[in-house]
Write a protein that binds this ligand. Structure first.
Ligand SMILES: *Cc1c(COP(=O)(O)O)cnc(C)c1O
Length: 362
């Protein structure tokens, strides 16, 4: 008998997502700078909330996430009724694709954009469409030109990962205004907190019926291991997403830790300032060693090498020194390495090692 069990079309085209490496063979104290994690971890208040949640583990969690949505709403000045919480912003991205895109529909994202946009589009049976960037930066004209009556979702990360570049609000507004009427612009604000004074596009998502924002606790909040994210946008869209969301998608530990984390904005500010200081230092140190990068607005630097061979060789050398960075060939940037801005000691070590590598190769 032949096996007639088949997944939905598109599923077998999905390339498995690979996270940043966490180990180097033979090195016990490797420094991980491959996943854009906050080197300082979460706020003490978040750690305490997580510990307290242990007393409630026999109870089912809240299904409407009201307390967390209220806290996020208070801190960001947003209506909690327009907020939805998920298992990382990944889940929100997945819900958007499942609810709005299917067979014959197109999901747009930028050339060097986050791989999850493509994966969730394919999982939903929709057609992923990669749109060229200009100098490793989101190109609004190219996105608008790529739109058609099949376009349902347009994802841009701002700041973008792995390029670290961002576009300004007038450009985002121009994109939102130019989209076909059936399309939603999704502003992925995973790194928004790293940009002083930037609201991640919240105001735009308040004003427009076709703009939706996603945010995460995985980056500046230092809670990547706990998996919490949220989305904000027009009520009709939030209502749709809530229908496809699992009622108990977030655990009590996730909800209560995130609430404590968002209420500690002092921690966020300290991390933002320290990141900006070390990011500037690292970019300059790399440039002095002949490794340029675009001005980063996030918590990583996209270091550019002469070619793929040099990037690969430098990556191998860094690994031999116990330093794990991210190769980004899968993002269409084979000549680059993405280096997370760690604490001062990590930044010094990685800059020193890149200097040694460049000295060797000269
Ligand atoms: C890290 C990252 C996220 C966050 O994903 P989570 O599921 O919230 O951990 C989202 N978008 C981009 C572009 C990222 O780099």
């Amino acid at each position: 008998m032949t096996n007639q069990i088949r997944p939905q079309p598109g599923i077998m085209d999905i390339a498995l997502y690979e996270g940043g490496a966490a180990h180097v063979a033979g090195v016990s104290d490797a420094i991980k700078l491959s996943s854009n994690e906050n080197p300082f971890g979460p706020s003490d208040k978040a750690r305490e909330a997580y510990a307290r949640a242990v007393h409630k583990l026999h109870r089912y969690p809240s299904t409407d996430h009201a307390a967390l949505r209220r806290a996020i709403g208070e801190i960001h000045g947003l209506d909690p009724a327009q907020i939805i919480c998920g298992v990382g912003s990944d889940e929100i991205i997945g819900l958007l694709c499942n609810a709005y895109a299917g067979r014959g529909d197109e999901v747009l994202f930028t050339e060097h954009g986050f791989l999850m946009y493509r994966i969730y589009a394919q999982a939903a049976g929709a057609t992923p469409v990669s749109v060229a960037e200009r100098d490793r930066t989101t190109d609004v004209d190219a996105l608008l030109a790529a739109c058609s009556k099949r376009t349902k979702l347009v994802f841009i990360a701002n700041p973008n990962n792995p390029t670290g570049t961002m576009i300004g609000l007038p450009e985002i507004r121009r994109l939102a205004d130019g989209l076909p009427p059936q399309a939603i612009l999704v502003l992925d604000g995973a790194y928004a907190e790293y940009v002083e004074g930037y609201d991640g596009g919240a105001k735009l998502a308040t004003e427009r019926g076709n703009v939706f924002m996603t945010r995460t606790f995985s980056k500046i909040y230092g809670l990547g291991g706990l998996r919490i994210g949220w989305g904000y946008g027009p009520k009709p869209i939030v209502d749709v997403l809530n229908r496809v969301r699992g009622p108990f998608n977030l655990s009590t530990s996730q909800l209560e830790t995130a609430e404590a984390a968002v209420r500690d904005q002092e921690h966020v500010q300290r991390c933002r300032e320290e990141n900006a200081r070390m990011r500037a230092w690292l970019a300059e140190a790399l440039a002095e060693h002949g490794v340029p990068s675009d001005t980063s607005t996030a918590n990583f630097i996209l270091a550019r090498f002469a070619d793929e061979a040099e990037a690969q060789a430098c990556d191998a050398y860094l690994q031999s020194q116990g330093l794990i960075v991210r190769r980004v060939a899968g993002y269409g940037l084979p000549q680059c390495l993405r280096i997370t801005v760690g604490d001062e000691a990590s930044c010094r070590r990685v800059a020193h090692a890149v200097g040694q590598f460049k000295g060797q190769t000269r």
